[in-house]
Design a protein around this ligand. Structure first.
Ligand code: ADP
Ligand code: ADP
Length: 239
């Protein structure tokens, strides 16, 4: 599904965030990426969906090299890669259904606030309601995003990626701003998508208990290097 090969990311200010990382993610896996703050987890996800341009190395997604493709191809690849962020990245002043519909406009990322249709195609609206039902929040469709709790916001953000029909879901600390109970609820939705809809998940997490409960595979980063790759049950050290 995903092969990362000798990936290097050096930011323009000289920070070496990733120093040559290689790993594979099999289709259907739930891979957790662990490591202390600043170890490069976020940079890794941003390189995979190309919010950031990798400095060198290669990333292959569903058998296709995506590090050096043209804009058109990149857009196509991105529709298959959903992303969920720690701080949800919803448009607060818009209602829930509009936020979900934004997912249809393409890869949603930090830099994109997209155009907003005055009138969405009915089929898109139906799909958006279906996505909201999957995360159990269709009753909030007409509520403004800033009227929701953190857990509800993250479920809306997940629904927003679902309308893309992603094959791969990248989640950057998806529960780091949530309380423990809500965290488990959101993680359960991610697990359902992984198991019932066969969406491969790559998830940055920092609570080892969640890593053990939810993932099938784990990698650990330390100062931009890969220091562990294995099963959750093989984790013996805290990175
Ligand atoms: P993590 O997600 O594990 O906390 P990050 O990927 O956010 O780690 O950061 C890895 C390193 O890269 C850190 O030293 C961080 O300060 C640095 N970094 C992250 N984003 C940028 C950026 N846009 N410009 C420069 N340095 C950055
Ligand atoms: P997080 O803890 O969620 O990784 P950060 O506070 O590290 O968030 O980063 C917030 C934003 O600032 C991110 O977009 C990251 O890429 C950017 N950033 C982080 N470190 C640096 C840095 N040293 N220089 C420039 N931008 C940075």
């Amino acid at each position: 599904m995903l092969q990362v090969n000798n990936l290097v990311k050096t930011y323009p200010n000289g920070t070496k965030a990733l120093k040559g990382i290689s790993f594979n993610v099999p289709k259907g896996a739930f891979l957790s990426v662990i490591g202390l703050s600043g170890s490069g987890k976020s940079t890794l996800l941003r390189c995979i969906n190309r919010i950031h341009e990798p400095t060198s190395g290669s990333i292959s997604f569903e058998g296709q090299e995506i590090t050096h493709v043209n804009e058109h191809k990149l857009r196509e690849v991105r529709t298959k890669i959903g992303m969920v962020f720690q701080h949800f990245n919803l448009i607060n002043r818009r209602n829930v259904i509009n936020n979900v519909l934004m997912g249809r406009l393409g890869q949603f990322n930090d830099h994109f606030l997209g155009g907003i249709f005055k009138k969405w195609p009915q089929e898109w609206i139906d799909d958006a309601y279906d996505a909201l039902k999957i995360v159990g929040i269709s009753d909030k469709a007409l509520v403004r995003a800033d009227g929701l709790s953190g857990g509800q916001k993250q479920r809306v953000a997940i629904a927003r990626t679902l309308v893309q029909n992603p094959h791969l879901l990248l989640a950057d600390e998806p529960v780091a701003s949530l309380d423990p109970t809500t965290s488990y609820s959101v993680m359960n939705y991610l697990k359902d998508l992984n198991q019932k809809r066969n969406i491969t998940v790559v998830c940055n997490l920092h609570f080892l208990s969640l890593v053990r409960d939810y993932s099938t595979h784990v990698i650990a980063l330390k100062n931009g290097e890969l220091v562990f790759e294995g099963k959750p049950t093989d984790i013996t050290e805290k990175w």
